[in-house]
Design a protein around this ligand. Structure first.
Ligand SMILES: Nc1ncnc2c1ncn2[C@@H]1O[C@H](COP(=O)(O)OP(=O)(O)OP(=O)(O)O)[C@@H](O)[C@H]1O
Length: 366
């Protein structure tokens, strides 16, 4: 049973507020991913949880124990760094079990622990090598092994896959996921890579400028992004955005796209959204939701687009569309036959639209 609770956490370096009141709960066996662009404070938050940096205000609890002022070594937390941070002069086995050596655990017991952990990471044949004799992926496994052998209450990972090439990144990501499923330990993982966040997390905290912009499951964050920032950051290619305005009153309210006075507005009667006439909105739609063609009888915004560029990715086709002065990206199935330079009708189905207040950029509804 390990629950991590962070409340009202702030961290300032001099006059710079790097974390501004962060509240996060990680459930027992949860895998929290801190996701955000460079400089948003992810690593600082991880370092404060680890005890490598002191909080300026707020508290951190592991279950019922307040660890805010507890020294790093007494927190029962293990951290895996991007840089591996291995001891170059020690063998792999000794690197993995060094914490046991410090605690005076006998040699035979240490060797057995190193073998068990190494087997779970498929590096048992490397136990007697030095870090310099390992590939980057193998070094990262040793670093993970060193955390695993301690059986800590909480695992922290700081961009552990950043230094690996694409193939190794996928393999190591799957390894971390498998280990988490098997060991089930509560974990916090920092990344700016949304695909890592979506695949690993039980909960994601999307961070922006030292604050949590949205906290939820990967599915919630993808389906109902709380702001334009989150919508743009999660999903690849990112969500498309268009400017719109609410027209009409009450049950007769419609959404009109700005600059497209000739296309039929879409009725909003069933949505119950808190919008009033003249409300300026940003309309979002994910690339895979744009229908190219007539789109049968579905409700939505119907536009005429020109196909600008077609990119085959192997699994699907990315279609760059020009609509008036706008560019939209649509994702289509691989069998789609589309010719650059031709005009096509497109449909933005009403049920797939996301609405954000144009000024605050916060989600309105849908
Ligand atoms: N010791 C420090 N003194 C002053 N400012 C710092 C210190 N450490 C971090 N910062 C600042 O805090 C902000 C957040 O840094 P942090 O490393 O936490 O961001 P990050 O989201 O992890 O970014 P990245 O993905 O680039 O590592 C940055 O603007 C950084 O310059």
């Amino acid at each position: 049973m390990t629950r991590l609770s962070i409340s009202g956490l702030r961290k300032s370096f001099g006059v710079v507020d790097v974390l501004k009141s962060v509240d996060i709960e990680v459930e027992d066996n949860g895998f929290l991913v801190l996701l955000g662009p460079s400089g948003c404070g992810k690593s600082t938050l991880l370092n404060v949880i680890a005890g490598l940096e002191r909080a300026t205000a707020g508290s951190i609890r592991i279950d019922d124990r307040d660890i805010t002022d507890v020294e790093a070594k007494d927190r029962d937390i293990a951290m895996v760094f991007q840089s591996y941070a291995l001891y170059p002069s020690m063998s792999v086995a000794r690197n993995i079990t060094f914490s046991m050596e410090v605690r005076g655990v006998p040699r035979a017991e240490r060797r057995k622990a190193a073998e068990t952990v190494a087997a779970s990471l498929q590096i048992e044949h490397l136990l007697d090598r030095r870090p310099a004799q390992l590939s980057g992926g193998q070094r990262q496994r040793v670093a993970i092994g060193r955390a695993l052998v301690r059986s800590p209450k909480i695992f922290l990972f700081d961009e552990p896959l950043s230094n690996l090439d694409t193939q190794l990144r996928l393999e190591t990501r799957a390894l971390i996921k498998r280990l988490h499923q098997r060991v089930g330990a509560t974990s916090v993982y920092v990344t700016h890579d949304q695909s890592e966040a979506m695949t690993l997390a039980t909960r994601i905290a999307v961070m922006a400028k030292g604050e949590v912009a949205q906290f939820g499951t990967p599915a919630e964050i993808y389906a109902r992004p709380a702001s334009v920032f989150v919508a743009r950051f999660v999903g690849s290619p990112p969500m498309n955005f268009l400017a719109g305005t609410i027209v009409g009153e009450g049950a007769g309210r419609t959404l009109q796209l700005d600059g497209f006075a000739d296309i039929a507005p879409v009725a909003l009667e069933a949505t119950g959204l808190p919008v009033s006439p003249g409300h300026a909105v940003t309309v979002g739609i994910r690339p895979d939701r744009i229908v190219i063609g007539e789109g049968a009888s579905r409700d939505g915004l119907r536009l005429l687009a020109t196909i600008d560029l077609v990119e085959e990715t192997g699994t699907d086709v990315l279609v760059y569309l020009k609509v008036g002065g706008l560019e939209l990206i649509a994702r289509q199935p691989p069998e789609a036959r589309l010719t650059p330079g031709t005009s096509v009708p497109i449909l933005l189905p009403v049920k797939d639209l996301h609405l954000f207040d144009r000024e605050t950029e916060l989600r309105i509804g849908f």
